[in-house]
Design a protein around this ligand. Sequence first.
Ligand SMILES: *[C@@H]1O[C@H](CO)[C@@H](O)[C@H](O)[C@H]1NC(C)=O
Ligand SMILES: *[C@@H]1O[C@H](CO)[C@@H](O)[C@H](O)[C@H]1NC(C)=O
Ligand SMILES: *[C@@H]1O[C@H](CO)[C@@H](O)[C@H](O)[C@H]1NC(C)=O
Ligand SMILES: *[C@@H]1O[C@H](CO)[C@@H](O)[C@H](O)[C@H]1NC(C)=O
Ligand SMILES: *[C@@H]1O[C@H](CO)[C@@H](O)[C@H](O)[C@H]1NC(C)=O
Ligand SMILES: CC(=O)N[C@H]1CO[C@H](CO)[C@@H](O)[C@@H]1O
Length: 612
Amino acid sequence: MYFIIITLLIGYIIYQAITNALPHHFLVPSQHWKDKIIKVINHDKPIYLQVGSKRSSFRRRLILASIQPSFYTNFINNKIKIQPQDCQNINNEFINEMTKRDINDPNRKIIYGFFHPYANNGGGGERVLWEAVKATLLADDKNIAVIYTTNTDVEPLQILQNVSNKFDIKNLDSSRVLFIYLRRFNNLIDGNYWKHFTLVGQLIGSMLLSLEAMQELSPDVWIDTIGLPGSYWPVSLILKIPILAYVHYPIIQPEMFNKLKFKSLKLSELTQFSPSKPRDYIELFKLVYWSLLYFFYSFLGSRVDITLANGTWTFNHLESIWAFNRAFGNQLEILYPPCGTEDLNTTEISTRVNKLLYVAQFRPEKRHGLILTEYHQFLTKNFPNSPKSESIPTIVFLGSCRTPDDTAVLESLKHQVETLNLDEYVEFIVDQPYKEVIHWLSISKFGLNAMWNEHFGIGVVEYLARGVIPIVHASAGPYLDIVTGWNKESQDDSWYNDTGFFFKSYDDVDFDPSIQDKESSDYLSFEVGTSPESSVVKFPTLETVLTELFITNPDLVNDTKLSTMRENGSKLVLQKFSNKEFDAQWIEYLSSLESLEKKFREERRDKVGMVY
Ligand SMILES: *[C@@H]1O[C@H](CO)[C@@H](O)[C@H](O)[C@H]1NC(C)=O
Ligand SMILES: *[C@@H]1O[C@H](CO)[C@@H](O)[C@H](O)[C@H]1NC(C)=O
Ligand SMILES: *[C@@H]1O[C@H](CO)[C@@H](O)[C@H](O)[C@H]1NC(C)=O
Ligand SMILES: *[C@@H]1O[C@H](CO)[C@@H](O)[C@H](O)[C@H]1NC(C)=O
Ligand SMILES: *[C@@H]1O[C@H](CO)[C@@H](O)[C@H](O)[C@H]1NC(C)=O
Ligand SMILES: CC(=O)N[C@H]1CO[C@H](CO)[C@@H](O)[C@@H]1O
């Protein structure tokens, strides 16, 4: 009994310490902070500021008052010097600026903290980060961007130079971009560091890393663009500031449970457990481990105030995994990544050649082989013995071979072409420079994509942007996000809309023969939605689409029709995936964050914490 009371008491004290003492530690500078700063300012040579363990709160004060916030980057070491011009403190302006401010002061600066340890990488995640930083700085002069990074070997200006080269994001106001280099726990988020229990390891690693970040500088808004959810908990518990997460990929998905022997904690699954099999104990442990992780991930997600999914696939997953979010009234929306589609437009070419272009790496999941089989059937059924004719489109496979595996795929495709006697109808263009790709995109009429469940498909965006009419597999990204109807009202046929055409295949993983309509082999039946509202939709095979478009119903693709579709398609991608659109939407989210920031200060902090 006493034990329980004591445990509860200790728990309560720890909780109080975390939620009250730590916020003060990170946000409120020591009592004589002004004297300490004045001492440095009045010293005749530059010296370090003596701040003890209160670096975060001092750095905050200095940044919010400085004419050059970026100066307070900790590239050399974690100690703090004062910017020379700030040191002049003309008319005592610098010191005055540092005294606390009213929450509703319109000139109050806001520090947006971007938690993105690999900020210097050149991938899609970093493109989102830097476009967001750009938009944040453009939105308002009072916004300051802090990037928390573990790339400790690259200087700030070098990182910005890389950003400019790689993403063409130039002219950032570098005086308002500050880097906080994280040195202590930086290897803990590396998947290779953890030989076992990688996900848990990374979660703990990102928690510690976020504590280190707060110790160096506490921002006013926390933005995670890299998908390290461990940071959400400490940030919400200690700093009580709004959190925005841009999610590319949920770290745990329900599908992962399908690989386990026991698929859920339901009794029906667990009764299969047999105490005499040692293997079963391991399997049971795995299930418990994954379930705990899953719930912990849901919990972490519930700490996020605004969640942005990078597309429909991610959105649908998050909606079920982060189920608490909706319950708490937090926002969950889609914000497509900036794809730079404004730079992809082509000046219209007068005539395009009747070709089916497939731009894709030579990899098995791209299913080039499926295209060949279907195309071969289309030819043999409709032109049993006639020679090549103008009205039959031919195929161009354009892609790169990066690995020996790719080369093997390419070789087997060439072999398939030979076996099916399609040499006259199929061209291979391998490892071409990007200029060549653009050339093909500007002269081909149609673009193919056969991958099943491709999460996005930047290639299909390029088809639309450059006026190539997509004929694509009806799944995930291309179906849900990209080749959508511009003109929303005129949807009667399910296998095409104002921008492109769709097909499915008997080979699809989710094709279920038991619901297939036995009468028709040209159209495949698929169930959409989850019961009880599920309904069956029908999609043609690629062979059927080709027959419709080039034999039975050629008016679907006559020149007038195609040019309207092209117009529709390029407007669509411009509207949805351009950098401009991303910026505009991002700026709207910033204003939600700004209101939340004020609200949280008033509601969640005490009198002192509120104004610092
Ligand atoms: C950034 O620049 C350095 C030095 O020029 C280079 O080694 C590195 O690969 C670059 N990173 C990116 C993402 O471009
Ligand atoms: C979202 O991110 C994932 C993981 O990087 C990627 O596979 C997917 O294509 C992205 N979706 C969009 C719409 O960019
Ligand atoms: C196409 O892109 C160029 C820049 O690459 C731009 O100047 C032009 O206005 C764009 N055209 C359209 C129709 O958006
Ligand atoms: C093209 O097809 C549409 C119907 O899809 C038809 O209304 C139009 O007259 C056709 N145009 C030409 C030039 O044949
Ligand atoms: C889209 O296509 C439809 C015809 O299918 C056409 O009526 C409409 O004007 C097009 N919209 C745009 C924006 O081009
Ligand atoms: C077959 C198909 O995907 N049709 C789509 C065309 O675009 C509209 C609007 O986005 C969708 O609702 C249809 O499902």
